[in-house]
Design a protein around this ligand. Structure first.
Ligand SMILES: [Mg+2]
Length: 314
């Protein structure tokens, strides 16, 4: 089964609802809450699985590493929507035996999760625990809130002519960065404040640029041109290229778990976002009409087929 096909089945199978202003399929779900006579509030919701053998490997990684990763993956989606995490729930299925079993492991896991959330002033507000015969499963669910004057940034707002940006540097996260990254919460908040209505669409890069750009474009009904020479490659992309022989630029395109932000901006708003934080942002391309599809353009202007991939769970 292909993950994208199943997701499409789900998106098509969820009926619209008057209290759900953002359709299923964005980085977080949303529900409009009626808060007494004072008015409305938007609750943003996210749940995220982390599985031993898929997202981490307990033969290699510690309780502290996997707990931190499980929470940060979820909080990266809060950054993607430009909301702040109001609380997280932690649910774990702990192995009865073998790797990940035992009280000390469970305690270390909880402490790592709690501390990762606390870094963003986010309390742990509940959860669930069980023991079973399988491998460790961690499910982190977050409730997001908008700061005063804030707004949720969706995937669906990109417009033809927008400039596409990524934060940070891409590729090679499998060398270790996928366990230890900083959700781009602060950058996202500053982008919203600085760019105002000029910030049109945003998501976080979890499955690789080559898989995630098409998702943002599909949600926005647009196409994109990405300039491969402009991709900010992480030094890990080069290190991995030396090891496996695949070009570093391809690692930057298809490797998953960068947890950086991909966003589309009105070009007129671009000067407002220069040097907002220590995290660099790089213009990597342009939003074009949907009919033009997705293309890669090299430094000489040559056009290349969009690479298959990014990480799609089979
Ligand atoms: Mg996401």
């Amino acid at each position: 089964m292909r993950e994208n096909d199943f997701l499409r089945f789900i998106y098509d199978g969820v009926p619209s609802h008057p209290d759900v202003p953002i359709p299923v399929g964005d980085d977080m779900g949303a529900v409009r809450l009626i808060c007494g006579p004072a008015g409305e509030a938007l609750a943003l919701l996210k749940t995220d699985q982390c599985l031993d053998g898929v997202h981490f490997d307990l033969a290699l990684h510690s309780a502290a590493q996997v707990g931190r990763k499980a929470v940060n993956r979820c909080l990266s989606d809060c950054a993607a929507m430009a909301c702040l995490p109001a609380g997280v729930m932690l649910s774990v299925a702990l192995p009865r035996e073998g790797r990940g079993s035992g009280e000390a492991f469970a305690q270390d896991l909880f402490v790592a999760c709690r501390d990762a959330a606390a870094r963003f002033d986010c309390p742990v507000v509940g959860g669930d625990t069980s023991l079973w015969e399988g491998r460790l499963v961690i499910v982190v669910s977050a409730l997001g809130k908008l700061p005063p004057g804030g707004r949720a940034i969706r995937r669906s707002g990109a417009k033809v002519g927008d400039t596409l940006f990524v934060s940070g540097a891409l590729g090679g996260s499998i060398l270790g960065r996928h366990l230890d990254f900083t959700p781009r919460m602060e950058l996202a908040q500053r982008l919203v404040r600085a760019a105002g209505e000029g910030l049109h669409a945003m998501m976080d890069l979890s499955d690789g640029l080559a898989a995630d750009v098409p998702r943002l474009c599909a949600a926005s009904h647009v196409g994109a041109e990405i300039h491969t020479a402009r991709l900010p490659l992480h030094e890990d992309a080069w290190r991995l290229a030396e090891k496996d022989g695949m070009p570093a630029g391809l690692h930057g395109l298809v490797d998953g778990e960068d947890y950086e932000l991909l966003f589309a901006m009105d070009p007129e708003a671009v000067p407002a976002i220069v040097n907002l934080t220590q995290v660099p942002v790089t213009a990597i391309g342009t939003v074009v009409e949907a009919a033009k599809g997705l293309s890669l353009v090299d430094a000489g202007g040559g056009r290349h087929r969009w690479p298959r991939g990014g990480w799609e769970h089979q």
